[in-house]
Ligand binder design. Structure first.
Ligand code: ATP
Length: 271
């Protein structure tokens, strides 16, 4: 006899740790900087419309893995990547892939807010303009406004769109960088310690924003803050010395990890 009614199954599934279809997938990824290997056979799925946090002690390879996801490691002469990384099942290291287009689909937000030395408007308009996403000035205005709105910044800057982006506070500058990433309609947003230069209030604002953004985007975030990983992510991946130690639902990783290294790291015994 089937003991579970449909409603009970639904409830059980709702309560189950979120495991979503992979938007991106790394398979046996190795990265070398010259003769030094920084990642060893890392296989990790990035679920669609969720936040995946990459954690682990300094130098364990979190940023290196993140940079593989939009081929930012290509910009480092001595870096060499082997293995396979897919976006919607397409190999992003295939020579036919247009890297500029890839980086529009897989955008990036860096540790230190880095607005261009241009107006707030131009910071956001630049990407859509070079990617030909707006055919008329009105379209571009619309993209700029929507992107700033999605980044939770529009109300704060709507009266000074033509003033320099560098004149904003650190937290506002980081949200401007998020608006700039959103403006080219990415599918995935990579964030490398996006709050490390921000004060607690600006951090809380960006964390709220990350939570809102996952409805429409897939997000991968590198963070040194265990609290941040616990607050914003649904999945967490723990790295150590270039290896992926384990990955799983964030709740489980922080309450009942499988590996002693994860346990030691989250309880502050090393790192
Ligand atoms: N451009 C580079 N050239 C040479 N070695 C590098 C380069 N970038 C990273 N590495 C090395 O690769 C390893 C992994 O570095 P990575 O920056 O990915 O670690 P991380 O976990 O993000 O560290 P952190 O938390 O300190 O930012 C380290 O040993 C680092 O020294």
């Amino acid at each position: 006899m089937n003991m579970l009614t449909d409603a009970a199954v639904e409830t059980a599934l709702e309560g189950a740790p979120e495991s979503k279809a992979a938007k991106m997938r790394g398979e046996k990824v190795n990265v070398f900087y010259g003769g030094k290997q920084a990642l060893f056979d890392v296989s990790l799925d990035v679920g669609e419309n969720q936040v995946t946090a990459l954690i682990g002690p300094s130098g364990c390879g979190k940023s290196t893995f993140l940079r593989c996801l939009n081929r930012m490691n290509d910009t480092i002469d001595i870096a060499r990547v082997t293995g396979k990384i897919t976006l919607d099942d397409e190999d992003i290291y295939n020579p036919r892939i247009d890297v500029v287009e890839l980086r529009a689909r897989v955008g990036m937000v860096f540790q230190k807010p880095n607005p261009f030395p241009k107006s707030i408007y131009e910071n956001v308009a630049y990407g859509p303009r070079i990617h030909g996403l707006a055919s008329a000035k009105g379209d571009l205005d619309g993209i700029v406004e929507t992107s700033l709105q999605k980044a939770g910044l529009f109300n704060e800057v709507k009266d000074r769109l033509h003033e320099p982006g560098t004149g904003l506070s650190g937290g506002q500058q980081q949200r401007l960088c998020i608006a700039r990433a959103i403006a080219v309609s990415p599918e995935v947003i990579l964030m490398d310690e996006p709050c490390s230069a921000l004060d607690p209030i600006a951090t809380a604002r960006v964390e709220e924003l990350i939570d809102e953004l996952r409805e429409n985007y897939t997000i991968v975030i590198v963070t040194h803050s265990m609290q941040q990983a616990a607050r914003v992510s649904q999945r967490t991946a723990m790295f150590h010395l270039g290896n992926l130690v384990e990955e799983g639902p964030t709740d489980k990783m922080f309450t009942n990890p499988e590996d002693k290294r994860t346990q030691d790291y989250i309880t502050g015994r090393f790192g």
